[in-house]
Design a protein around this ligand. Structure first.
Ligand code: HEC
Length: 140
């Protein structure tokens, strides 16, 4: 009886820590493969930004794909085969930054699934309400 309870506790601990590890791995994958262009925080100097920040991207993705499964599927496909027709981000963004280059050579489908799932779970943070607070200067 006692043994069983311990085993159960161990199971719970293991399950919990393995999901924490998965989360960390996904974030470090993002850091090496995506953060060169996509910032995890609000960029302080817009003139140096190469691509929309993560919070903005995820806000738009969740408007088009509120379900996690659909959102992850969309992101995996888009990152490997980006196109203007598929893009959910605002047309001004593509005009400003250009279309995202395919990351086929840079990331595997499996890694992308992990990264996309982590992006969906962590962005945008709950207090995010748009980049410019209605100020269009950001989009030039
Ligand atoms: C070389 C720069 C660069 C890298 C590296 C990069 N991106 Fe992007 N990404 C962009 C640009 C520019 C856009 C905006 C234009 C567009 O949507 O195509 C974008 C847009 C996106 C979008 C929104 C797509 C849409 O519907 O418009 C997603 C999702 C995304 N990136 C995910 C990723 C992930 C995940 C990685 C890492 C595996 C990554 N990006 C790496 C430049 C980059």
């Amino acid at each position: 009886m006692k043994f069983n309870t311990r085993l159960l506790t161990l199971g719970v601990v293991l399950t919990f820590s393995s999901s924490a590890i998965a989360n960390e791995t996904a974030e470090s994958l993002f850091d090496t493969k995506c953060s060169i262009c996509h910032s995890k925080s609000r960029p302080s100097d817009m003139s140096k930004v190469l691509a929309p920040a993560l919070m903005g991207i995820m806000r738009h993705i969740k408007m088009s794909y509120p379900k996690k499964d659909d959102a992850v599927k969309f992101m995996v496909d888009y990152v490997l085969e980006p196109s203007k027709e598929k893009a959910i981000c605002m047309p001004q963004k593509i005009e400003k930054f250009g279309l995202m280059p395919s990351q086929k050579e840079n990331v595997s489908k499996d890694e992308l699934t992990q990264i996309s799932s982590w992006m969906f779970d962590n962005f945008p943070s709950t207090n995010f309400r748009g980049m410019g607070h209605g100020n269009n200067k950001v989009i030039r």
